[in-house]
Design a protein around this ligand. Structure first.
Ligand SMILES: [Mg+2]
Length: 299
């Protein structure tokens, strides 16, 4: 069997089954970050992300933006767990022919993003490669009573996103986005989301991860999905790289969030969690339509 038959998520599932027998209290593969007990009141979060030239970026893109994205996308994964980012190690593969300024601009982008989002770059590795590859491993911390997984959504919960979606790659926003750490902190301290993920593969694909891990279905209101300027509904559903948070709240918490509307940022309610058998559906003027769970996958 080839990887293209297995697919990215099929591969991750296989690895997940191979890597088992973790010590008690550790939550491994299958969420935005791994969760490890740190002290009596806190968990350590661990996440790692690789950006590969030709797959995630090209050298025609601004090098600083590539550096920004390398840090910010990992920060977004920590935010998706309800945590705050802490320390990063950065590994870099570069071809010897690469001009030095390109590397220093990438690092400048990483250092500026790190400073902005409260991360310290404490180490890493550099090696020769045929293409540029940037790997960021990032730690975070979360209070035990504030951690949010993908697996907590229940039928009846309302589904929200933190901002408009679509055209992130086409507009260049994916090189300068702000990961939703402050929004995540506000939500976990006041509204206790039942499940949360950051939108990197696309709204439908990432909602699909919450549905699979929580063993539930969902109905999305097509009209309620917020779109970035010029984005079609299709682009908002499938494009990815938005790095907004997608989260679910119990009906009473949802009411609280919407009623008081004291939240310092805007949230958009886009639908409701239903039972697993109902799958993923979208309501449009034409009625309910089943959505195929697809988005960006690597294989
Ligand atoms: Mg993620």
């Amino acid at each position: 069997m080839r990887l293209s038959d297995l697919g990215e998520f099929g591969l991750i599932d296989r690895i997940r089954k191979q890597v088992k027998g973790l010590s008690a209290g550790v939550v491994g593969i299958g969420d935005d970050a791994a969760v490890v007990p740190l002290s009596s009141g806190k968990y350590l979060l661990l996440t790692t992300d690789m950006l590969v030239e030709g797959v995630h970026f090209t050298l025609a893109m601004p090098a600083r933006g590539i550096g920004h994205k390398a840090i910010a996308s990992s920060v977004s994964d920590i935010a998706a767990m309800g945590g705050v980012p802490k320390y990063a190690v950065v590994s870099l593969a570069v071809p010897p022919s690469l001009p030095c300024p390109v590397v220093s601009q990438m690092y400048q982008g990483m250092i500026m993003a790190a400073r902005k989002f409260g991360v310290e770059i404490v180490g890493g590795d550099t090696v020769k490669g045929q293409k540029v590859i940037i790997n960021v491993a990032l730690t975070g911390e979360v209070k035990k009573n504030e951690v949010v997984y993908r697996h907590g959504a229940r039928a009846g919960d309302r589904i929200f996103v933190t901002g408009p979606l679509g055209r992130s790659l086409k507009s260049g926003r994916h090189l300068r986005f702000v990961p939703r750490v402050l929004e995540s902190q506000y939500l976990v301290k006041r509204h206790k989301p039942t499940a949360m993920i950051d939108i990197s593969d696309g709204l439908v694909a990432d909602l699909g991860h919450i549905l699979a891990e929580s063993r539930v279905g969902a109905v999305i209101e097509g009209r309620a999905v917020p779109r970035r300027r010029e984005a079609s509904l299709k682009e908002a559903l499938y494009d990815g790289e938005d790095f907004e948070l997608l989260f679910t709240l119990s009906p009473s918490k949802a009411k609280g969030l919407e009623k008081h509307n004291k939240s310092p940022f805007r949230v958009y309610r886009i639908g409701e969690i239903v039972s697993e058998g109902e799958g993923l559906q979208m309501r449009t003027t034409g009625g309910l339509k089943r959505l195929k769970i697809k988005g960006y996958t690597h294989f």
